[in-house]
Design a protein around this ligand. Structure first.
Ligand code: HMG
Ligand code: MG
Length: 316
């Protein structure tokens, strides 16, 4: 009753949390997660333009591609060309996915600033995505990590299927926390928790985060939500209330994983920025410029922009 009264009397600007971060670090995955699933060929210049537009908008962390097998993900086959073609802005980190030592070596040759290894909390997804068990993947990642330490390169770690798997269904939070802890202890500076197929809902998100935060420091946790079921912003709010201050998103809501049936786009960067700025949380990013970037890449792909905010603020 007291809590109910508090909610009713509470002024709108008095959000009931002491834990909300004042600033969020936005990790843009559009050029990688956004474009990896496209069926049509994307011109190199469109990829490069997207990365330039994002940096111009103030995005300081951009995942520019993947050094994976071109047979598995043809759309990322030109990642070395992308990295060779971009003009780099000072203060911007340009990163890429590297599933194994071969990928890491290619990433180094391409001048990537930071790499990411990507595991899963689901055995079936691990097999389908990277062709090995979770345990084998951790062994491969350890080899990547050892090389990264030698090269003084920071490594991010993804855990996929944290709120459900297209093949196994429910995934236990204990498993998510266990894999997250293993990646963190291996040396990943940040663990990005992926709701790969966007099936999570807020209470489930809270339970999963509580399990992970018991194992990994809050400052080392990021969230990566796909918006298949329209739950991503609600789940992000839960993450913010848990004090998490790194959010992955893709301009124009592009995205999907080719090995996760039913995975649609990432939460749109524009929608995340609108929510954060509206809550008084800073990002250092200009929403209008990101919206223009999203419109440009959507036009290049011949697809409607999936961001509600971009559509709302862009003149017809
Ligand atoms: P494999 O077939 O088991 O690998 O694939 P292999 O070691 O047996 O090698 C087979 C062939 O692949 C060989 O070539 C290797 O040289 C080549 P061949 O002799 O046949 O000509 N190869 C490579 N080529 C280029 N770069 C490499 C590389 N490694 C081997 N790094 C492998 C294993 C991991 C390579 C494969 O399964 C793969 O590339 N998987 C990537 C799948 C992927 O990129 N998925 C999307 C990203 S994950 C995601 O989207 C989720 C995320 O967003 C978070 C979320 O939403 O949850 C991150
Ligand atoms: Mg993803």
């Amino acid at each position: 009753m007291v809590a109910l009264r508090y909610w009713i009397l509470m002024p709108m600007n008095d959000f009931p949390s002491t834990d909300l971060p004042a600033h969020v670090s936005l990790f843009e995955v559009g050029p990688r997660d956004g474009l990896q699933n496209e069926s049509s060929v994307i011109a190199l210049e469109d990829k490069v333009r997207l990365i330039h537009d994002l940096a111009d908008a103030g995005v300081t962390r951009i995942e520019g591609g993947s050094f994976v097998s071109p047979k598995w993900v043809p759309q990322m086959a030109d990642s070395a060309d992308v990295f060779a073609s971009i003009s780099r802005q000072p203060g911007v980190t340009y990163s890429a996915l590297t599933p194994n030592v071969k990928g890491f070596e290619s990433a180094m040759a391409a001048g990537v600033d930071e790499v990411a290894i990507f595991g899963a909390a689901s055995e079936a997804f691990s097999q389908r995505n990277i062709n090995c068990t979770i345990e084998e993947s951790l062994k491969r990642f350890d080899d990547v990590m050892k090389l990264a330490v030698k090269h003084n390169i920071r490594v991010r770690g993804y855990v996929s299927c944290v709120l459900g798997c297209p093949y196994e269904g429910d995934i236990s939070s204990t498993k998510v926390a266990q894999v997250s802890k293993q990646l963190y202890e291996m040396g990943c500076y940040e663990i990005s928790l992926g709701d790969t197929i966007g099936v999570g809902t807020p209470r489930k998100t809270a339970n999963m985060l509580n399990a992970v935060l018991a194992q990994v420091p809050r400052d080392a946790v990021a969230v990566h939500f796909h918006d298949t079921y329209g739950q991503a912003l609600a789940n992000l709010l839960v993450a913010l209330e848990h004090g998490i201050s790194t959010i992955d998103a893709a301009t124009a809501g592009l995205g999907g994983c080719p090995y996760a049936k039913g995975a649609s786009g990432n939460v749109a960067t524009e929608d995340v920025l609108y929510m954060l700025h509206g809550m008084g949380i800073t990002t250092g990013i200009e929403l209008d410029k990101v919206a223009a970037a999203g419109m440009r890449i959507s036009a290049a792909l011949g697809k409607p922009n999936q961001s509600k905010v971009a559509n709302a603020i862009t003149p017809a």
